[in-house]
Design a protein around this ligand. Sequence first.
Ligand SMILES: [Zn+2]
Length: 297
Amino acid sequence: MNTMIRFTRILICLGLALCASYAGAETQAPTTKPQIKLYVFDCGILNYDDDTLKFFSVSASETTVRDLFVPCYVIEHKQGRLLWEGGLPSNSLTGAYGWQENKGWRMRLDKTFQEQLAQIGLGMDDFDYMAFSHLHFDHIGVANEVKGGTLLIQKDEYDAAFAEKVTVPAFKPELYNKLEQADKVILNGEHDVFGDGRVRLIPAPGHTPGHQVLFLDLNETGPIVLSGDLYHFRLSRERKLVPIFNVDKEKSLNSIEHIEQFLKESGAELWIEHELAQYEQIKKMPGCKLSPVLHCI
Ligand SMILES: [Zn+2]
């Protein structure tokens, strides 16, 4: 090939490459995704005897974990504020007295959610939405105290909770009965809370009839999924262990399959809500701060 033609071709290629990289730089400008803020509150601790670990299909020799963390979360989105999970009932406040004893297990709550919420200048009437992974007593502790938020609940959970005869283990209607009068959206599947895909409820039934998990697209930590009670222990995830009190074992396993697939496809990280070690880990994550309440963005 003539040297002149070759030289011209090299110049053209170089020019195109520069144009392409300039265009690329333009499209990769810093993201302007609005920030979503996730607050994590300490809404109690559950502690189990070796023997009662069997409720979770875990044996005492398999794990040293005996404490389960009980969180409440508040999600701040520019379109509104969501309460996710309600923790232990406020009347289980033990404070300095330590543990409230039950048969083979105990619980403690050092500070009410309301008291902690006040630390960030909010009250129980400041929620646009409330959603719970499910209605077990350790997830809806403050449900009856919320004033005015719209409840987002799967139909199967709602029907089981307000049936004439409530048969789901650990459902205590007296703790959530006011939800029946709340404004509500009854769901039959996934729900995009603020319409931009960044805060989404995803059904994961089996633990209870209408159990759900929460996907959050946070800016700094990246996308996460708050597990509800899909798992209680890290070990439950590793070995796909289904608690004996789940209402449907097959549905639980299907939900595990579905959510694990979703995690793979979305690249989201799973946060096991009850895992105390996970809570300690969150405190140290880049993008998360303790001031005055632990929050991640
Ligand atoms: Zn549960």
